[in-house]
Design a binder for this molecule. Structure first.
Ligand SMILES: [Cu+2]
Length: 348
């Protein structure tokens, strides 16, 4: 299938030299309109690889892409002046945030205050001036039992919700969709093995001011507010169906990267030669941003992650526009009404 795709891709490239730039999608609209709010869907279509296995060299007519959502500044991205964890978009994230806010922070605060008060009391009460003849006490069984048992009890109380959370994070439910995430210096590659094994690269969108005049003249794409915040917007988003359990297989082509999306409470190292697994289930449609979180070279800070959760119908349409298929659908042409065929219709 991979070889076939490569052959079809090569044929398409020979026939249409205009789409030969595989990495950086060519913007369809050459006019650099200042505030074009919606990125043209054409680059998706232009990059679609041939899909029907029995189709001859002729590239299949690409399905139309989807209207990508405009990110909500309060959801799935950092807020100006914010110093608390981002609002969570997954139930695991909510559980983890509860663990942080309700269990860990109060316990840490309480212990710190108690130790501070005790220290202060000892310094004042047992200072040398007030005690010319020092006490020769060296053991107190009651106190020793208390200061051993109380920390043990506190740790055991924390362990119960902590291990529950850990187990939930690392024993995922039955997956509705598998996505393979591959880190590269310095961009991400996303593969959809359940959907005809199509794949694409996701690069950071640069600011208009950072483009050279010749890039601007050739219609190169730059970031607009509809794409997302500066340094977080990507030219291609990792699109997933809302409510579906997404299994994420994480690996790398070169050095160690890390796939991290703060609003999912998801972070998994991408290690060359190794397949790591994590999962998420987004409850709300929207665009969620993350970044590579393992120092991976000079452009480590410029390989953002943009995840878009869409309806099942929009996901099927997006998959078709990428040249993929929905599980159960026979041919890409039948992908349009494929929502019913998705196994992901189960939960939520
Ligand atoms: Cu990286």
């Amino acid at each position: 299938m991979k070889t076939l795709n490569t052959i079809l891709m090569a044929a398409a490239l020979v026939m249409a030299p205009a789409i030969a730039t595989a990495q950086a999608p060519v913007a369809a609209a050459p006019t650099p309109a200042e505030a074009a709010p919606t990125p043209p869907p054409a680059p998706d279509a232009a990059l679609a690889v041939g899909t029907a296995p029995d189709a001859a060299a002729a590239p299949a007519a690409p399905a139309p892409g989807i209207q990508h959502a405009i990110p909500d500044p309060k959801l799935g991205q950092p807020t100006p002046g914010g110093w608390l964890p981002q609002a969570q978009a997954t139930s695991v994230g909510e559980q983890a945030l509860w663990m942080h806010d309700v269990v860990l922070m109060p316990v840490i605060t309480g212990i710190t205050l108690l130790v501070m008060v005790l220290l202060f009391w000892v310094v004042v009460r047992y200072r040398a001036k007030a005690n010319p003849v020092p006490s020769r006490t060296s053991h107190n069984t009651v106190i020793e039992v208390i200061w051993t048992l109380v920390p043990v009890i506190v740790l055991m109380l924390i362990a119960v919700p902590s291990i529950k959370l850990l187990a939930r994070q690392y024993s995922p439910p039955q997956a509705d969709l598998t996505v393979k995430v591959i880190g590269n210096q310095w961009y991400w590659t996303y593969e959809y093995p359940d959907n005809g094994d199509f794949s694409f690269d996701s690069n950071m969108l640069r600011e208009k001011a950072d483009l050279t005049p010749s890039e601007l003249a050739s219609g190169a794409r730059y970031r607009t507010d509809a794409d997302g915040p500066r340094l977080l917007a990507a030219d291609e988003r990792l699109v997933v169906p809302v409510g579906a359990v997404v299994k994420v297989i994480v690996t790398s082509n070169d050095v160690i990267h890390s796939f991290a999306v703060p609003s999912f409470w998801t972070k998994m190292d991408a290690v060359p030669g190794r397949l790591n697994e994590t999962w998420f289930q987004v409850d709300k449609p929207g665009v969620y941003f993350g970044q590579c979180s393992e120092l991976c070279g000079p452009k480590h800070g410029f390989m953002p992650i943009a995840v878009e959760a869409v309806s099942k119908e929009a996901f099927a349409q997006w998959v078709a526009s990428k040249g993929g298929t929905m599980p159960g659908a026979q041919a890409p042409a039948a992908a349009a009404p494929a929502a019913a065929a998705t196994p992901s219709a189960a939960t939520n």
